[in-house]
Write a protein that binds this ligand. Structure first.
Ligand SMILES: Nc1nc2c(ncn2[C@@H]2O[C@H](COP(=O)(O)OP(=O)(O)OP(=O)(O)O)[C@@H](O)[C@H]2O)c(=O)[nH]1
Ligand SMILES: [Mg+2]
Length: 485
């Protein structure tokens, strides 16, 4: 196990972070995270291993020099290429260097080797010619397919699911996020455990000998059964821990809901520019990276609109097509926040070749989460980002496709942001109430809350206090109703 690899399966790692860095109000946190992440970039020649504490033989992810392979079953050539481009972006995000890519047109993946046997031979040639050490398949392969393809190409073969799990493992920072990713990895790993020696003979650098030893094995159990049992035990423990963490989070959420500050959730496809937009709108240092899943824990930032009103922005985890099922739960829990929001900013990368597909993928998941929580969906404001990177014709086309309600912005150049602020104000101002109150001198706390959550229209000092005409959110108006004159 190397220092640089993600030690995602160790208990210690889950426990040794005292605070959640995202909750910190330090605006430079994003930059610190970025430099921390950069300092953990992989070094060529080292590998990420998923073995560690469970002491099982597991297909190690050696994400160094990779060749991608995909099976194109339906849709246009352009969308097949876009899928491969996404796989390449995922692979690079995980720290690997993409050497080549290969797409096979077939009605369905080959049941034995994913791609056909002829193509598999061709893939072997490409692997040899490029010096690749890993093949990444687009999609989720059965354990048997992975093994069969490995036999032909003679280097490690992993699938898209393992790749995404690896990225999530590298990027999760909160305790709950880490626990959920560990759980997802174990779920993925369980049916893929392999017997002694079978794989290690092909895997140079494997740690076939470093097992728990004879004493740890139960009577009559084989190594693999012991491993399975241990993994199941760890999974049960993790599930309990996650349940408790979730409870704590729900309590926090409830507290936040009671406050009258409008909350805005920023959601959208991965790499759409959600974090950039939150930064542009709030001046907060949320981590931005040209990588997929840069943000893996929902980040909350307080900001002030230009009329002085406070709002809370929540940046969320990005979406991706075909999210591994093992990760759906982890991902959804981050989206529960969406349900409570007063406004959903749905950010779209306008420079993507298929923005409409991203939009519908995101809407679909959100409506599922909303249905599950038995809640009402918050109003959605579609924000088409990166307009600085779209040419005029595309822009006109896109405007026609998304309708007149969408706002077009560039988080990079700031174009369109004033309009976005206007639109946001329209939404959060909807619930406002105007009233005239008399605040006793002793209640300075009320005056400061009015300033942060609403607006003071007129103010006049009297003998006993201050008479103010104010505009505040409806919930807050209820709290101060007894001061009304
Ligand atoms: N050209 C251009 N690039 C942008 C714009 N906004 C963001 N980007 C770039 O897009 C990449 C992704 O930005 P992020 O803000 O990290 O995107 P995100 O949606 O938070 O991504 P994840 O957290 O990974 O899901 C970065 O390289 C940004 O610099 C924009 O308006 N124009
Ligand atoms: Mg982000």
């Amino acid at each position: 196990m190397t220092e640089s690899s993600a030690q995602i399966l160790s208990d210690a790692d889950l426990d040794d972070r005292p605070g959640d860095p995202h909750r910190d109000d330090d605006p430079t946190v994003g930059e610190l995270q970025l430099s921390e992440r950069a300092s953990l970039q992989r070094v060529a020649g080292l590998s990420t291993e998923l073995t560690d504490v469970t002491e099982v033989e597991y297909r190690q992810l050696r994400l160094e020099k990779v060749v991608l392979v995909g099976v194109w079953t339906e849709g246009s050539a352009a969308s097949a290429e876009a899928n491969m481009a996404e796989l390449a972006a995922l692979a690079e995000t995980a720290g690997s260097q993409v050497l080549d890519a290969l797409i096979q047109r077939r009605s369905k993946p080959d049941s034995a080797t994913y791609i056909g046997s002829g193509k598999a031979e061709e893939l072997r040639e490409i692997v040899l010619a490029t010096g690749a050490d890993t093949v990444i398949c687009d999609g989720e392969l059965t354990p048997a397919q992975l093994t069969a393809l490995e036999k032909v190409v003679k280097v490690k073969v992993i699938d898209r699911t393992a790749l995404i799990l690896d990225i999530f493992a590298q990027h999760a920072t909160s305790r709950e996020g880490k626990a959920q990713v560990s759980l997802a990895q174990m779920e993925y790993m369980l049916p893929r455990l392999r017997g002694w020696g079978e794989s290690m003979s092909r895997q140079a650098g494997g740690r076939a000998g470093s097992n728990g030893g004879v004493g740890l094995r139960g009577p009559g159990e084989t190594k693999i059964e012991t491993d399975r049992r241990r993994i199941r035990e760890r999974m049960a423990k993790l599930r309990r821990e996650i349940r408790d963490m979730k409870k704590a989070r729900t309590t926090k959420r409830a507290a936040r809901n009671r406050s009258a500050i409008p909350s805005i959730t920023v959601a959208g496809y991965t790499n759409a520019g959600k974090s950039s937009l939150v930064n542009a709108m709030t001046g907060a240092g949320v981590l931005v990276q040209d990588a997929l899943f840069a943000t893996l824990d929902p980040t909350t930032r307080r900001a002030t609109l230009d009329d002085g009103r406070a709002v809370v922005f929540t940046d969320t985890v990005g979406f991706v097509r075909h999210l591994p099922t093992q990760l759906v739960e982890a991902f959804r829990s981050t989206l529960e926040e969406v349900v409570d929001a007063d406004l959903l900013l749905h950010v779209v990368d306008g420079s993507d070749p298929f923005p409409m597909e991203q939009i519908s993928a995101v809407r679909q998941v959100i409506s599922e989460v909303v249905a599950e929580e038995k809640a009402e969906a918050p109003p959605e404001l579609l924000v088409i980002n990166k307009i600085d990177a779209i040419d005029g014709n595309r822009l006109t086309e896109l405007r026609g496709a998304v309708g007149a309600d969408a706002v077009f912005v560039s988080a990079r150049t700031g174009e369109g942001l004033p309009e976005l602020f206007d639109r946001v104000r329209e939404f959060v101002g909807r619930e406002d109430v105007e009233l005239t109150i008399e605040v006793p001198f002793s209640r300075g706390d009320i005056v400061s809350r009015i300033h942060s959550e609403g607006e003071v229209l007129t103010s006049e000092h009297t003998e006993s206090g201050t008479t103010m005409k104010v505009r505040v959110p409806a919930a807050f108006a209820g709290e101060i109703a007894d001061l009304e004159v």
